[in-house]
Design a protein around this ligand. Sequence first.
Ligand code: FAD
Ligand code: NAP
Length: 338
Amino acid sequence: MTFQENISLKPFNTFGIDVAAKYFASFNSIEKLQQILTHPIAQGYPVLIVGGGSNILLTTNYEGLVLKNEIEGIQLIREDEQHVYVQAGAGVNWHQFVLYCLAHAYAGVENLALIPGSVGASPMQNIGAYGVEIKDVFHSLEAVSRQNLNTVVFYKEDCAFGYRESVFKNICKDQFVITSVTYRLNKIPNFKTSYGAIQHALDEMGVSTLNIQDIATAVMQIRNSKLPNPNEIGNAGSFFKNPEITAADFEVLRNTYPDIVGYPTAENLVKVAAGWMIEKAGWKGYREKDAGCHSKQALVLVNHGQATGTEIFALSEKIIASVHEQFGVYLHREVNIY
Ligand code: FAD
Ligand code: NAP
């Protein structure tokens, strides 16, 4: 078992923040993970699990052990008339998993094409895009308890999935390492095209008979046209969640801002597009040294090159304060801060 010491984490986070980890190791099996977790270094220092590093902001050197999940493998577990159950190792790249499903005509994740990161992180915040969330196809996951090293199975009802939330971000935070996820995919697709710009993109593509590949292609086109590629400009996707406010408060805001963007969620609640408020508050395209707010999507904070995590965090504080002052709405961060 090898622990690297004082290595740069720049290649391991899509913000491209150059901080160091005191110790670093990777694992490609449950057994190797269990061995590492019993080592005095893992017992004596904080441990941070990373997949693709696309939902983290590192604000300082990590004075502990960073563990990279590299458990690979995708396999069909079972099937019935309507569904297939496919298990993927937590280290599998999420988009590669989507491509695997498209190639096998397994439906359910086509709207989630091109989301960066790993299978293992997909339940963490119940990844979602274009009207689909991972909870819609989630069956179960296997994890190793960091406390006693036992393997545990979580079923959907155990995960408390919510909007960009799960039990793993709350009461089970830092307690488990997810090692594989089993998804229940559909043999007969249930197309979801009403969200965002999907239908428009399909129309432009001239699609007449819809299939899941077309939807994935449309989603990829839209994403490529408006989201910054982390290989070109550091970012972690949406930095903030879309806040929910009461329908009454939304009406008050709409009186002042008739073009405000919001969508009813539960009874009497409206999800307000945080990106719209940030843009309206004047932050879109803003830059302070190398920390900035993306010029095409204000919800995304970016590293233009040499920004530190602290600078990006400081910018997020200013945006939160400014949106609160203008709209009376408090934004919560979606990205995990370390
Ligand atoms: P990491 O950033 O490595 O980790 C995230 C958190 O999960 C950390 O707290 C980490 O400790 C924990 N973690 C990771 N793996 C494990 C594991 N195996 N066991 C236990 N804990 C673990 N998200 C969406 O929901 N929808 C989107 O449409 C979307 N679009 C994005 C677009 C861009 C350009 C970018 C950069 C990001 C986007 N994201 C989106 C955010 C991000 O891609 C997802 O949240 C993704 O699931 C993170 O995966 P990861 O492997 O990179 O996680
Ligand atoms: P968009 O299509 O411009 O829409 C703006 C916001 O309005 C989105 O945040 C979305 O909320 C909401 N929305 C749009 N149509 C909706 C509908 N029919 N019903 C309910 N809500 C609706 O957004 P975008 O920035 O280009 O992103 C497109 C999709 O990709 C979104 O689902 C977004 O969440 C996802 N995405 C996520 C990340 C991330 O890091 N989390 C990054 C990029 C894109 P929701 O966000 O709640 O869906």
